[in-house]
Design a protein around this ligand. Structure first.
Ligand code: ADP
Ligand code: MG
Length: 633
C-alpha cells in the first residue's frame, strides 16, 4: 500500500530502530538501572552515553539543520526549537544524574526528537505522493532505469542509480537520469522538458537531460547526476515550490512563525529564570520552560498548512487539473464569477464544414480558404483545411486577424477568409448575409462562403448547473456573431453572454468586471487560449484547456484542464474548498490544543511527555487530516 522510495525507507528504518532502542533503554532503566553497573561517581556516564548515542542517531539531521539555519540567521526555525528543547532536557538529565540517584530525563530528550521525526516522515510521505501525481500529469517522471552492470541489464528505481553507473536506454523509453552517451546514436524528444518540439540528434559524448524521451536508437550512457540532483527532480521541485505563489494562509503561517518563535523562546527563558529566582527551585522551572518550548513548537501549522495545499495540488493533478500554485487553490475555492470563452471551451471546438456556397464553385472556394487558413491554429481553420483535403499552394504571406479571420497575399493577389466583420472592415460588400458563415474574398470581391458548425460539449449543462447551484455567475464571451452566441448560450444555460468581441474587447469586458466586482468576489476566466491568452493572464484565475489549447495559453494560465473536460473544473473546485476547510480546522485545532497544554505545563500540571504528544500528536493529526484530501474519492 505504501509505496516508499529509498530515502523514505531509510528514514522509516531509522525511526523504527530508534524507537526500538528507545524502548529497550527505557525499560532497562526502570528494571535494572544501568548506572548501578559501575561504581557510583561515574556510574551515570554509561546510561548517559547510551542515550547520547541514540540522541545523535535519531537527531543528527535535525541538529545539522538547526545549526545551519542558526548561522543563516533563521532563528524562527522549528528545528531549532526542537533542538534547544531536547538538548535542554538532556542537560537536565545530566544534572539529575549528578545530583540524584537516577539517570532521569534523557528519555524525554530523545523522545522529543523521535516523535519530531515521525512528524517529518508523514510530511514527506504526503509531499512525495502529491509530487508523484503532479509529475504523472506532466508525464516526465521516469519510473525505472536499466542499470548495466557486469554485462547484465537490471531494472532499478532511478534513485538507486549512482553517478558513474552505466545505463541502457531503449527506444521509446524516458531518460531516467541526466547522463552522457557512451555509445549508440539516437534522436531525443525534449518537448515535455523544454517545450521545444523538434527532436535533437545525439551521439557519443552528447549530454542527455532526464525527462526527455529516447525516440529511435538504443544507447548506452554514463550517469552524471544522481536522481535528486537531476533535471526532472528539479522541475518537480519547481512545481512544488511555486514559492512566490504562496496562499494567504501560508503567508500568514510563515509570518506567524517569524514572530511567534522568538516570542516563545523569550517566554521560555523568562519562565526558566524569574520563578527560579523567587522559588530557588530552578530545576522545576527549567523543566517547565523546556516542556513549554516543546509544546509551543509551531510544527503542526508550519508543516500541515503548506502540506495541505500541496496535497490539494497533487489531488487536482490526479484529476487531470494542473494548478500552478497554492494561491490559486485558495482563489479557486472562493471563485464565484465564471467567465467562459465559447469556442473550444463550452463547445467542442471541432468544427465541421456543413456547406459551401455557391455549391458549384465548392472546390475553388475551399482551395482559396485553405491557402489563407494554412497556418492558423483556429479550429475553424482546421476544419476548412480538412474539408479541402488536398495539397495547399505555398508561398503566400499569411496574416492572422484575431477575432476576424485571416489574409493571404502573393504577387498582388489578396485572399481574405473570415467573418462578416472582416469583409466589412476591408470595405467589401456582402452579397449574402449569413450569420455563421465564413466568407471568402479574392482581390476585393466576395466569392462565396462556407458554413461551419460546432457542438456544445456534453458535460457543459451539468457543469454550469452545479456552478449556478453555488450561486456563482456564469458569463459567456465570444467573438462569434450575436445569433450564434445566443443559440449556444441558451444550450449551455449560462446566465449572460456578450458576442462579437475581439480579443481586446474580451480583455476590456473582463477589466470592467474586475473593476465592478465586490472585494471578496473572485473572477475566473476559462478559455482554450486561442485568441484569449491576454484575458487568461488578466483575470484572478486564468484557466486554460490543455488538450487543444495553445502553448501560449498554458503559459499564461494559472490552472490547466489537461483533458479539456469542464467537469474537471468542478472537481478541482471541490478539492480546493475541501483544502481550505482542512486548513481552517487544523489552525483552530492545533492552536487550541497547544494553548491548553501550554497553560497546563506552566502550572506544572502536565509534564514533558504531555508536551511531546501535544506537539507531535497535534502535528500528526493535522497531517492525517490533510491526507484525508488525497484519499477522497
Ligand atoms: P470565440 O470567442 O468563440 O473563441 P474567436 O475570438 O476565436 O471566437 O473568433 C471569433 C470569430 O472570428 C469566429 O467565430 C470566426 O467567425 C472568426 N475567426 C477567427 N479566426 C478565424 C479564422 N482563422 N478563420 C476564419 N474565421 C475566423
Ligand atoms: Mg477562442
Amino acid at each position: 500500500m505504501l509505496n516508499l522510495n529509498k530515502k523514505q525507507k531509510q528514514h522509516l528504518k531509522r525511526i523504527v530502530l530508534a524507537l526500538g532502542l528507545f524502548i529497550v533503554l527505557f525499560v532497562l532503566q526502570r528494571v535494572f538501572p544501568l548506572e548501578n553497573l559501575i561504581n557510583r561517581p561515574i556510574g551515570w556516564l554509561l546510561p548517559c552515553l547510551l542515550w547520547l548515542a541514540l540522541y545523535v542517531f535519531i537527531g543528527y539531521d535535525v541538529i545539522a539543520k538547526a545549526v545551519r539555519n542558526l548561522f543563516n540567521g533563521q532563528i524562527t526555525d522549528e528545528n531549532l526549537l526542537m533542538v534547544v528543547a531536547s538538548f535542554g532536557a538532556f542537560l537536565l538529565g545530566v544534572y539529575n544524574s549528578l545530583t540524584k540517584a537516577g539517570a532521569e530525563g534523557f528519555d524525554e530528550a530523545v523522545a522529543v526528537l523521535i516523535f519530531y521525526q515521525v512528524g517529518q516522515f508523514f510530511e514527506r510521505l504526503a509531499t512525495e505522493k502529491s509530487r508523484k501525481s503532479i509529475s504523472d500529469l506532466l508525464d516526465i517522471r521516469p519510473d525505472y532505469a536499466n542499470l548495466f552492470k557486469n554485462g547484465e541489464v537490471q531494472t532499478v528505481m532511478p534513485d538507486e542509480v549512482k553517478t558513474g553507473d552505466k545505463i541502457v536506454i531503449y527506444p521509446g523509453e524516458k531518460i531516467p537520469l541526466d547522463c552522457t552517451v557512451l555509445s549508440g546514436e539516437s534522436t531525443i524528444d525534449n518537448k515535455a522538458l523544454t517545450g521545444e518540439s523538434l527532436p535533437v540528434e545525439v551521439q557519443e559524448n552528447s549530454a542527455l537531460l532526464s525527462g526527455g524521451v529516447n525516440l529511435t536508437g538504443e544507447i548506452l550512457c554514463e550517469v552524471t547526476k544522481e536522481f535528486y540532483d537531476s533535471t526532472v527532480y528539479k522541475i518537480l521541485d519547481l512545481v512544488e515550490n511555486a514559492s512566490d505563489k504562496k496562499s494567504k494562509a501560508e503567508n500568514f503561517i510563515a509570518k506567524f512563525a517569524k514572530y511567534y518563535t522568538p516570542i516563545v523562546i523569550i517566554l521560555a527563558l523568562l519562565t526558566a529564570i524569574i520563578p527560579s529566582f523567587i522559588t530557588k527551585n530552578w530545576q522545576t522551572w527549567v523543566y517547565r520552560a523546556l516542556s513549554f518550548l516543546v509544546v509551543s513548537c509551531p510544527c503542526a501549522l508550519v508543516i500541515s498548512v503548506p502540506m495541505t495545499f500541496f496535497v490539494a495540488l497533487g489531488k487536482a493533478s490526479s484529476k487531470n487539473v494542473l494548478i500552478k500554485g497554492s494561491n490559486y487553490v485558495e482563489r479557486l475555492a472562493n471563485a464565484n464569477l465564471f467567465v467562459f470563452d465559447k469556442t473550444g471551451t463550452l463547445t467542442k471546438g471541432e468544427f465541421e464544414v456543413d456547406a459551401v456556397y455557391p455549391e458549384e464553385r465548392k472546390d475553388e472556394i475551399l482551395k482559396l480558404a485553405s491557402i489563407a487558413e494554412k497556418n492558423s491554429s483556429h479550429p475553424i481553420a482546421k476544419s476548412i483545411v480538412k474539408a479541402y483535403g488536398k495539397q495547399i499552394e505555398e508561398g503566400y504571406i499569411l496574416t492572422n486577424f484575431a477575432g476576424y479571420g485571416v489574409k493571404a497575399e502573393k504577387n498582388g493577389e489578396v485572399i481574405l477568409c473570415g467573418n462578416k466583420n472582416l469583409l466589412t472592415k476591408e470595405n467589401i460588400t456582402l452579397p449574402f448575409d449569413e450569420d455563421n458563415a465564413i466568407y471568402v474574398a479574392k482581390n476585393g470581391v466576395c466569392v462565396g462562403y462556407i458554413t461551419v458548425s460546432d457542438q456544445v460539449k456534453s458535460e457543459v449543462n451539468r457543469v454550469i448547473g452545479s456552478l449556478l447551484k453555488e450561486n456563482a455567475q456564469t458569463i459567456m464571451l465570444t467573438g462569434d456573431t450575436y445569433k450564434n452566441a445566443e443559440k449556444v448560450a441558451k444550450a449551455c444555460g449560462v446566465t449572460t453572454f456578450k458576442a462579437e468581441l475581439l480579443p481586446q474587447d474580451k480583455v476590456n469586458e473582463v477589466e470592467k468586471m474586475l473593476a465592478n466586482k465586490k472585494q471578496k468576489d473572485v473572477l475566473c476566466f476559462i478559455g482554450d487560449g486561442i485568441n484569449d491568452a491576454p484575458v487568461l493572464s488578466r483575470s484572478d484565475i486564468g484557466i486554460a484547456m490543455g488538450g487543444i489549447g495553445s502553448d501560449a495559453a498554458i503559459e499564461a494560465s494559472d490552472v490547466v484542464l489537461m483533458r479539456d473536460n469542464l467537469s474537471d473544473l468542478v472537481a478541482a473546485k471541490k478539492i480546493a474548498k475541501k483544502a481550505i476547510s482542512i486548513v481552517k480546522q487544523n489552525i483552530v485545532f492545533s492552536i487550541g490544543v497547544k494553548l491548553l497544554i501550554l497553560l497546563l505545563s506552566l502550572f506544572g500540571i502536565t509534564n514533558m511527555w504531555f508536551s511531546i504528544f501535544g506537539d507531535v500528536g497535534v502535528a500528526v493529526i493535522a497531517i492525517l487530516n490533510a491526507l484525508r484530501l488525497s484519499s477522497e474519492k
